[in-house]
Design a protein around this ligand. Structure first.
Ligand SMILES: C[S@@+](CC[C@H](N)C(=O)[O-])C[C@H]1O[C@@H](n2cnc3c(N)ncnc32)[C@H](O)[C@@H]1O
Length: 428
């Protein structure tokens, strides 16, 4: 593809992503699946320029609007990229050549003129932080002293974290195998099974992956297995198991002994778990679409219930920078209501003395601390388990958590996704 062809592809993709039907990574993968002529270099270049815009979308929209353009127009965002940066020659890209974008019209030409000459006014806070204004108040509540740093870190690039499958190998061995294949990775600080690559890593092509030694998983998600603390031989209900990221980590921690009931309302996500279980050599997990509300009548009480709850995903914005613009107060309210129902149903599944682990990849108080407080208020038979009972001293120090706290991780403090987890014990 020519540079102009890549720019045209980026505009097309940004317009689809802004329409919001699917996450950006899925839209991009699907786009190139239908365009086999694009080489790997083209794909990477287009992907990078799309994400560059998405990570700074508020600023591009604001600049375009200030310069009199249409701030909702993906083409205008890319014009602003070329007009204000050193990415390439605007006139050469928008020349109307074959496969490239059409030449600038008069309005766009005037916008470029203003973008280049207008004295720049300082952008407002929500633009600077690339965060919808209605959410800033919530981040301020979650982080009264440090919300700017916390929100800003959500715009950074996430590392690629891997979880070593301890059923099949060790961290040191997998690190060496990957190096043999030309991929340098280093041990992560919080998870004993974690490896981290800075930048791009085509994991699916590696032998280590094909042999089931390693999976992609953010370190914060790996740490959730420690929080659940399931022992070999126990029975665990993973109520929102999805495609099985946590199920796999739990099974490895349980040394593939015991039982994991992996439930989810989405049959298609559960189906994606099956080959992953096989590759990893996990035999103790079985999947079910029985709703959490009906599960208590279908299974014997379990030792642990994990609710890896559906949530706004604000803690994972580094990986899905577009998601912030698709979130609405209504969607947040729906998630909070679903979480409340799952907590209520999960509580019924536990044996006396069992642990209920509630987790989100959100940083918003109504999905985290406020949800935990409401649960304890409505369920006096439960009490909070302090972090020192499930994290080691080293993990407590490395995470910066107090021994008495819950799990709170964030990109700003831990270079992980933003994750919250709290553990409740049912009275014996
Ligand atoms: C955060 S994701 C889980 C990710 C998964 N645990 C993993 O580690 O890969 C949340 C999951 O909750 C599921 N879900 C949404 N509403 C649900 C409900 N009412 N009951 C059970 N699962 C639900 C979604 O289908 C989704 O797979």
């Amino acid at each position: 593809m020519t540079p102009a062809g890549r720019a045209a592809a980026a505009i097309e993709l940004l317009a689809s992503i802004a329409a919001g039907a699917d996450p950006a990574d899925i839209i991009i993968t699907e786009y190139f699946r239908r365009r086999r002529y694009a080489g790997s270099g083209d794909r990477r270049a287009v992907r990078e320029s799309v994400y560059e815009v998405l990570r700074n979308l508020a600023l591009f929209k604001w600049r375009v609007g200030e310069a009199g353009g249409d701030s909702s127009d993906a083409r205008a965002w890319l014009i602003a990229v070329f007009a204000t940066g050193d990415t390439g020659d605007l006139a050469a890209i928008f020349s109307g050549g074959q496969f490239g974008p059409a030449p600038l019209n008069d309005d766009e030409g005037a916008m470029v003129e203003r973008l280049r000459t207008q004295a720049s006014t300082p952008p407002p806070r929500w633009v600077r932080l690339n965060c919808p204004e209605w959410l800033l108040e919530r981040f301020d509540r979650a982080f009264p002293q440090t919300s700017d740093a916390e929100v800003d870190a959500l715009n950074s690039l996430a590392p690629v974290d891997l979880r070593v499958n301890s059923l099949r190998s060790t961290r040191e061995k997998v690190q060496a195998f990957l190096l043999e294949e030309g991929h340098a990775v280093m041990a992560t600080p919080l998870s004993p099974t974690g490896l981290r690559a800075q930048g791009w890593l085509p994991l699916a092509n590696t032998k280590a992956f094909k042999d089931g030694l390693v999976e992609i998983q953010d370190e914060s998600s790996q740490l959730l297995a420690s929080v659940v603390n399931a022992q070999p031989g126990e029975r665990v209900a993973d109520l929102c198991a999805g495609a099985g990221g946590k199920t796999l980590a739990l099974a490895a921690m349980m040394k593939n002994k015991g039982e994991i009931i992996a439930a989810d309302v989405s049959a298609s996500r559960l189906r994606r778990m099956t080959p992953r279980l096989q590759r990893a050599g996990v035999t103790i997990a079985h999947t079910t679409t029985i709703e959490a509300s009906a599960l208590a009548d279908a299974i014997e009480p379990v030792d642990r219930v994990l609710i890896d709850a559906p949530c706004t995903g604000t803690g994972a914005w580094r990986r899905h920078p577009e998601a912030r613009w698709h979130l609405t107060p209504e969607r947040l309210a729906e998630d909070v209501a679903t979480q409340l129902g799952l907590l209520r149903d999960g509580a019924r599944l536990l044996r006396p003395g069992g642990w209920l682990i509630y987790a989100t990849c959100s940083l918003l108080p109504e999905e985290n601390e406020e949800q935990a407080a409401a649960f304890l208020n409505d369920h006096p038979e439960f009490q909070r388990v302090p972090a020192e009972q499930y994290l080691s001293d080293d993990q407590l120090t490395a995470t910066g958590l107090g021994a008495d706290g819950d799990l709170h991780l964030s990109p700003a403090r831990n270079d992980t996704d933003g994750v919250f987890a709290v553990v409740f014990e049912k009275a014996a």
